[in-house]
Design a protein around this ligand. Structure first.
Ligand SMILES: [Zn+2]
Length: 275
């Protein structure tokens, strides 16, 4: 639907890529409009007024006019540039991981205030924390909640019995903790007591408090695995609902070669929007 008037919105710049000789396409995340792709014209030229305000992982106010295909950034001013985040490789790596998750999971023109607030708060914390990975863990739990994949941590996802801290499993496919009996029957991967407690602690605690917890290498590796598998579940389901699976099925029916190019381009498109 054509939009007559330009809009103004606050947004976090998730990433950008070059366009032509002088422009960039910026992927913005707005609390009221979700994911926006907009052209920032002339920002790769010296003396561009826009250039300093469209850097990835900064927060600003943006004026956007409707262009032929994409929106065009008409003006921008920075609200947060998080310099401490940009000066530290570990913090930057984690911040980029958060931005990528949001980029791949957020729709255009969908109000996303809760996820926006969690991202903004996490970037604030990342700029000062001594434990960047813990900020990502905290963010990931909340990201999963907002994707509709809130991991169950109170009762067994298979038999609904209450669980204590010992002997449990974790099944990303079933969406949470598995009691010792069901785990003994082969459901889920081992969920150690420290990681079980940490997951519960992270759910009820602030990002700052989560970043204070000492986590040893084994627990860290185990937690990373459970979170990664949970993210795969959440994002795969999105992939399925996005039409990518239908594109693959069509390719199989018609003959993979004939349609491979179409599917590849659809795959790229869907992956950008969906994974
Ligand atoms: Zn059970």
């Amino acid at each position: 639907m054509p939009r007559i008037r330009p809009i103004r919105t606050e947004a976090i710049v998730l990433r950008q890529r070059p366009l032509g000789d002088a422009d960039r396409i910026c992927v913005l995340f707005s609390p009221t409009r979700g994911r926006i792709e907009a052209v920032a014209k002339g920002v790769r030229k010296p003396l561009s007024k826009l250039a300093g305000h469209v850097e990835p992982l900064s927060r600003g106010q943006f004026g956007l006019a409707q262009g032929r295909n994409l929106d065009v950034v008409t003006d921008a001013s920075t609200l947060d540039s998080w310099p401490a985040l940009h000066d530290d490789m570990d913090r930057m790596t984690e911040a980029l991981a958060l931005a990528e998750l949001v980029d791949r999971s957020t729709d255009v023109d969908v109000s996303s205030r809760p996820l926006y607030d969690v991202l903004r708060h996490s970037l604030d914390e990342l700029a000062s924390t001594k434990s960047p990975r813990a900020v990502r863990w905290w963010f990931t739990l909340r990201f999963l909640d907002q994707q509709g994949y809130r991991p169950e941590l109170e009762g067994c996802v298979r038999c609904r019995s209450e669980v204590g801290p010992e002997g449990n499993g974790f099944s990303a496919a079933d969406g949470g903790v598995v009691c010792p009996r069901c785990h003994g029957a082969g459901v889920g991967r081992r969920l150690s007591s420290p990681v079980f407690r940490l997951l519960r602690y992270m759910r009820r605690s602030s990002c700052e408090a989560t970043a204070q917890v000492n986590v040893d290498a084994d627990a860290s590796a185990e937690l990373e695995r459970h979170l990664r598998l949970s993210l795969e579940q959440a994002l795969e389901s999105r992939l399925r609902s996005s039409g990518f699976a239908e594109a693959l099925a069509r390719a199989e029916m018609v003959g993979r070669d004939a349609t491979s190019r179409v599917v590849e381009s659809e795959r790229e498109e869907q992956q950008r929007a969906a994974i």
